[in-house]
Design a protein around this ligand. Structure first.
Ligand SMILES: Cc1cc2nc3c(=O)[nH]c(=O)nc-3n(C[C@H](O)[C@H](O)[C@H](O)COP(=O)(O)OP(=O)(O)OC[C@H]3O[C@@H](n4cnc5c(N)ncnc54)[C@H](O)[C@@H]3O)c2cc1C
Length: 254
């Protein structure tokens, strides 16, 4: 079975800091693999261990460390799609990934439910829509039996069980089994595994494929709200008195 795992490199959520004067993240923050993507990768590796085949780990945008981590965990090969116009927005990312996946034709695409930085949760569903594949989101458990996936999904009111046949796109949550840590042997082996570098120009993309639909303006801190006063569990007369005093103290009464 051919299994693709989509991973994104994100700023370390435990270290990330915002500089309000510059309107930017403080530079020099370490990047890590998006947490859900590690769970997706672990699921991909377990599936390969069960049924055989290969795991290809892929990323759009700068992600050398993330791909190395994937290879060290046990993926067979990596694909880095980098170039002008990338990563663009989530639509561009999904379009580029779909163009590459159309070429690879995997049986299963594992991705994370969402990222810890941009967090639109839209790349997996957009990839599935572009490839006209079924999608199961919020995956917290799975088994592969008799050519079908039996999937457990987390929904607001509990857990839902679904069956689906490959090819399919599956979006992982962190209730799945813990991602394995790369072993020393895995890290050494990763150095000899193939890493394919692709430019978007090498993919079958339309002329507008790299034009983002959404443009970032920059980062801003939310404006701090003035503290309010809650008046409750008091008789109505007293509540009115307190409210008037509050308004008077702020010069809001004419
Ligand atoms: C320098 C820079 C500039 C940017 N400019 C813009 C901009 O102008 N407008 C805008 O809207 N966004 C912009 N982004 C955000 C970026 O394009 C999105 O983060 C990205 O497209 C994915 O969206 P997401 O993080 O919401 O992923 P989600 O949809 O939350 O991710 C779901 C899953 O999809 C997979 N996935 C997501 N991204 C990738 C990836 N790159 N490679 C492989 N798999 C992936 C992962 O498995 C992930 O768990 C910019 C990012 C950078 C680094």
């Amino acid at each position: 079975m051919k299994i693709a795992a989509l991973v994104k490199q994100v700023p370390d959520p435990n270290a990330v800091r915002f500089d309000p004067r510059l309107g930017e993240l403080v530079p020099g923050i370490q990047h890590v693999v998006n947490e859900y993507d590690l769970y997706a990768l672990e699921a991909a590796l377990r599936l390969r261990e069960q049924v055989g085949g290969e795991v290809v780990v892929a990323s759009v945008g700068p992600a050398r460390d993330a791909l190395n981590r994937g290879l060290a965990m046990g993926a067979d090969r990596a694909v880095a799609i980098e170039g002008e116009g990338l990563p663009g927005d989530a639509w561009v990312t999904a379009t580029v990934l779909a163009a590459w996946l159309r070429r690879e034709r995997p049986d299963v695409v594992w991705c994370g439910q969402e990222t810890s930085d941009s967090g639109t949760g839209s790349v997996g569903p957009a990839v599935a829509a572009l490839l006209e594949l079924p999608l199961v989101s919020n995956v917290v458990g799975w088994e592969f039996r008799d050519g079908r996936f039996e999937i457990e999904r987390e929904i607001e009111d509990g857990h839902q069980f679904q069956e689906v046949e490959p090819p399919v796109v599956l979006c992982a949550l962190s209730a799945l089994p813990q991602p394995r840590l790369p072993t020393l042997r895995g890290i050494m082996d990763a150095r000899r595994k193939p890493v394919e570098r692709l430019a978007p120009t090498e993919l079958d993309l339309g002329p507008d494929a790299l034009v983002p639909l959404v443009r970032w303006e920059g980062l801003r801190q939310p404006v701090a709200k003035a503290a309010g006063v809650v008046v409750q569990d008091v008789p109505p007369d007293e509540a009115v008195e307190r409210l008037l005093a509050f308004l008077e103290a702020r010069g809001l009464l004419g």
